[in-house]
Design a protein around this ligand. Sequence first.
Ligand code: FDA
Length: 305
Amino acid sequence: MLRSVFLAASRSSALERLAERAPVSRSVVRRFVAGSSTADALKVTRQLIDDGLTVSLDHLGEDTVTGEQAVAVRDAYVTLLRLLRDGGLAPAAEVSVKLSALGQKIDERLAYEHARAICAAAADAGTTVTLDAEDHTTTDATLETLAKLRADFPSTGAVLQAYLRRTEADCRELATAGSRVRLCKGAYAEPESVAFQSALDVDKAYVRCLNILMSGDGYPMVATHDPRLIAIAEDRARWFDRAADEYEFQMLFGCRPEEQARLAAGGQVVRVYVPYGDQWYGYLMRRLAERPANVAFFARNLVSR
Ligand code: FDA
């Protein structure tokens, strides 16, 4: 119930305008978002790398509606990647990109061209790009764009969402040599026709997908904070004889930092997904939808500016 309220809120531009003016304490946003500027993102990235973690940076923004906005997002990534290169932060830091932010809904070809420019900048910096997964209406287009990008930039990563009924088949397609696949549960409100609805069914699907990726030839990126799934992933890595550099764990900035540190101290590769930028609203609403404890934190900080 709470989940659907926050997911509906994440798509409301009227609520977004209200939230931007509301007395939301900076600490609420700061808990999940590195800051609004590229400098903030670089500072957090350096700190995480110094702590033995790796990073994927997300320039916040989705549902770009004009060509100019798409160009601005592309340019923000290209600048970020140049700064990561010059600051010696690549390859420990890569970037995550939403094709909707690059104008996928206005013109798929344009979004592809912008993604290509970002992949070229990443290659120049010695790092990679991962294409985020958005709602199910975009999955085919995103995977087609991924295939085209991988022809020239083979390390470009995909994100697959375990809650989608199609994802086991997509895992089989993508569990090939050189293929980087981030497996997450999925963060959008999706209809029963395309997605498992109960937490148990999603968890079981996650394990089936994990088995396919861990037993395949690609590079699995296990994106979850769920202790049971983390333990199962560690078990499968042992079972399929994967060395510590043949898969990685990924978690969101601000979520279970002590677990991130524990896994890294145990020799695991841990990548923290670090969002930054002004357009934090949709991202923050999806985080609140995931976890009642996040809502309690949000509520406490509404009154403690
Ligand atoms: P879930 O939220 O179901 O929590 C399971 C259990 O984990 C909880 O009961 C609790 O025990 C523990 N837990 C979870 N969060 C915790 C916290 N903050 N503190 C303490 N314990 C906690 N989605 C998408 O649709 N497209 C995408 O591209 C991405 N990209 C992405 C990248 C990365 C690196 C991550 C980690 C996640 C995404 N996601 C995503 C989001 C993903 O789909 C999902 O919504 C969230 O990760 C929440 O699901 P969990 O697997 O963490 O478990």
